[in-house]
Design a binder for this molecule. Structure first.
Ligand code: NAD
Ligand code: MG
Ligand code: MG
Ligand code: MG
Ligand code: MG
Length: 340
């Protein structure tokens, strides 16, 4: 059974006595910085010159500085820039300005687990990773609740790393729900595995194959879209509320029986072998190396794969159909090709 921590297990005054620099003001960065501030913590947001986030952070009443200046005075530096830029950001702007005993805090273990950032021995290295997107983290905090967090300590130079990590987790509302103890290795490997095989990679491929099978058999794309993509949300909501069991209870007996007899025909034991191979590439660092090498080269493979995904016929069908959904606030303009 995992070890759990709650508000009573943490001392808020520990983080309140520190100067904190939050580097990055995206999904996680804005949520951490605002909730720390509202919990009485001295926060400065560190951003690149010319960052479009600067105005947003200032509008919210936060102190903003360059990454170097924010890091200079900080007792704790929170690294919430995208994973692929953290290594360079650390080498160029963070490490040269870091107090020798400053704590480093991450929300994902990628750069530590795969050795792209190697902090010197004097630093505590901890993780507080909310199990939800930043906007939910902030909304729950404001509602007096919290999103569960996972907490880990990679390096404990001060002997206080756990106490500080838990104090931080409390300040962003995480321990109102629960903190779950893990390690950088477990968090990083399971996070990458989940998104690659099931949540993002697995589900996207499954939807595309379902759509292709129906349209190649002559069914209308609009009808196929509803059956293999749109209705997924209804199914996922049931799974989220009560597991696979609740989903099976809620659907018709016809659907439930079809699940039992056809699910294993589609997702065969070979798929599990494929998953093991993916896990192997995660554990060996081969995936990380491929991702970072491509990013360092300007992301040619990444861009090509993204363009290929956007060109899949299901996307054009979806754009047209979503115009008919008065109840879905369409955000197509935010992420379709050609937008900023
Ligand atoms: P994001 O892409 O939403 O935001 C990153 C921010 O970093 C940008 O808004 C910008 O302010 C800043 N930034 C970008 N490039 C920079 C650069 N070169 N130098 C300095 N600052 C730069 O990122 P995110 O999704 O909030 O992810 C941040 C960290 O949190 C990652 O380690 C990620 O794995 C982790 N995480 C994210 C989520 C999530 O739901 N998004 C959940 C848990 C953990
Ligand atoms: Mg995850
Ligand atoms: Mg992830
Ligand atoms: Mg149906
Ligand atoms: Mg039923």
């Amino acid at each position: 059974m995992a070890e759990l921590f709650y508000d009573d297990d943490a001392d808020l005054s520990l983080i309140q006595s520190k100067k904190v620099a939050v580097v990055g003001y995206g999904s996680q960065g804005h949520a951490h910085a605002l909730s720390l501030r509202d919990s009485g913590v001295d926060v400065t947001v560190g951003l690149r010159e010319g960052s479009s986030s600067r105005a947003k952070a200032e509008e919210q009443g936060l102190a903003v500085a360059s990454v170097a200046d924010a890091v200079k005075g900080a007792d704790l530096v929170v690294i919430l820039a995208p994973d692929q830029v953290q290594r360079t950001l650390y080498a160029e702007d963070i490490a040269p300005n870091l107090k020798s005993d400053a704590t480093l805090l991450f929300a994902h273990g990628f750069n530590i687990r795969f050795g792209y950032i190697k902090p010197e021995a004097g630093h505590d290295v901890v993780m507080v990773a909310p199990k939800g997107p930043g906007h939910l983290v902030r909304r729950e905090y404001e509602a007096g609740r919290g999103v569960p967090v996972i907490v880990a300590v990679e390096q404990d130079a001060s002997g206080q790393a756990w106490d500080v990590a838990l104090s931080y987790a409390k300040a962003i509302g995480g321990l109102r729900a629960a903190g779950i103890k893990t390690t950088f290795t477990e968090e990083t490997e399971t996070d990458l595995f989940g998104e690659q095989t099931v949540l993002c990679g697995g589900v996207s491929q499954l939807i595309q194959y379902g759509f292709e099978t129906l349209t190649e058999a002559g069914y209308q794309p609009e009808v196929a879209y509803f059956e293999v993509l749109h209705e997924l949300k209804l199914i996922v909501d049931l799974i989220y509320e009560g597991g696979i069991a609740k989903q099976r209870w809620s659907v018709s007996d016809t659907a439930e029986y079809g699940d039992y007899v056809s699910g294993p025909r589609v997702i065969t034991p070979q798929v599990k072998e494929n998953m093991k191979a993916v896990l192997g590439d995660i554990q060996s660092g081969a995936f990380a190396e491929r991702f970072i090498n491509d990013q360092d080269a300007g992301g040619p493979e990444f861009k090509e794969l993204r363009a290929k995904g956007e060109a899949h016929p299901i996307e054009a069908t979806g754009r047209e159909l979503r115009k008919l959904f008065a109840w879905v606030e369409t955000t197509d303009a935010d992420y379709t090709e050609g937008s900023a």
